[in-house]
Design a protein around this ligand. Structure first.
Ligand code: G
Ligand code: G
Ligand code: MN
Ligand code: NA
Length: 250
């Protein structure tokens, strides 16, 4: 309850900010873009991880406002990066997605910042697709019609079903970091291989998440992943640092 009040205050004042983790094209090493990851700097507790306050925001309905805010920040920051091809990826939780107003937030963030829709990628998770709702698919299609890219995040955990790939033409699949970590397990490797194969056939980019070592990067390259993200490449960094990164990328 106290934390909720603090979160409301942070939303009103400062305290909530987007950090950015680079996403790299494995073949060339060039930066493809950045994933925005929200951070809450609490006046007494210090940095509160999203794993703690996103669920709280979802329970209290604050997620719509927080989401809209991060979306706007991310679009504004990305619009200022010097390379006009860099994309910015924004996480949209299932609760946030189902609330009214997502389409409106996206449209107005793009209009307000001038960021071309093709440079915005929304990361959704399988949880959203489980219920097979017509409304969810309609929103996904409307976003796609705007030109926004849609990525399937954390792929492989939860209810992973290949049928999701039939329901909607995703632009990217992000393979959950547990697969990279557990790649020595033959069944894990087999799943990664089949997802990469599917991606190749369907023209879907495949990003390996949570790459922490040079060896893992080499492995994911060998398996045919097109993109990678993880501490080995860079942790999430504050906006100013991401801008410097983007400058260097050019
Ligand atoms: O760095 P990390 O601790 O940032 O993120 C933890 C979890 O919080 C991840 O599952 C990530 O997808 C989620 N997350 C991070 N930023 C956002 C955000 O802006 N919106 C939503 N909905 N989830 C986020
Ligand atoms: O669920 P999602 O994929 O959006 O969340 C990304 C989460 O993974 C964030 O918490 C981010 O800080 C974290 N992350 C990014 N790179 C690495 C990594 O190399 N190793 C680990 N353990 N976590 C990572
Ligand atoms: Mn993500
Ligand atoms: Na993920």
């Amino acid at each position: 309850r106290r934390l909720e009040l603090d979160l409301r205050a942070a939303l009103g004042g400062g305290g909530l900010e987007a950090h950015y983790q680079p996403v790299v094209r494995i073949a060339t090493g060039a930066i493809r873009g950045f994933e925005a990851l929200v951070r809450w700097r609490h006046p007494e507790r210090g940095l509160v991880p999203p794993g703690v306050f996103i669920p709280l925001a979802e329970e209290t309905g604050l997620i719509a406002a927080i989401g809209a805010r991060i979306l706007l920040d991310a679009c504004r920051d990305a619009a200022a990066w010097p390379d006009p091809d860099l994309i910015v990826a924004v996480n949209v939780s299932a609760v946030q997605f189902r609330q009214d107003g997502l389409l409106r937030s996206v449209t107005s963030a793009l209009a307000e910042t001038g960021l071309p829709a093709r440079r915005l990628e929304l990361e959704i998770t399988e949880t959203l697709l489980v219920e097979d709702s017509a409304a969810v698919l309609a929103t996904l299609r409307a976003l796609r019609d705007l030109g926004v890219r849609i990525a399937l995040d954390d792929f492989g955990i939860g209810y992973s079903s290949l049928s999701y790939l039939r329901k909607f033409p995703f632009d990217k699949i992000k393979i959950d970091r547990s697969f990279v970590e557990d790649f020595a397990n033959p069944s894990t490797a087999a799943i990664v291989r089949s997802v990469v194969g599917l991606g190749l056939q369907l023209g879907i980019a495949i990003c390996a998440e949570g790459v922490e070592t040079r060896e893992q990067l080499a492995l994911m390259e060998r398996e045919g992943c097109t993109e990678a993200q993880g501490y080995f490449l860079s942790p999430p960094v504050p906006a100013a640092e991401a801008a410097a990164f983007a400058q260097g990328a050019r």
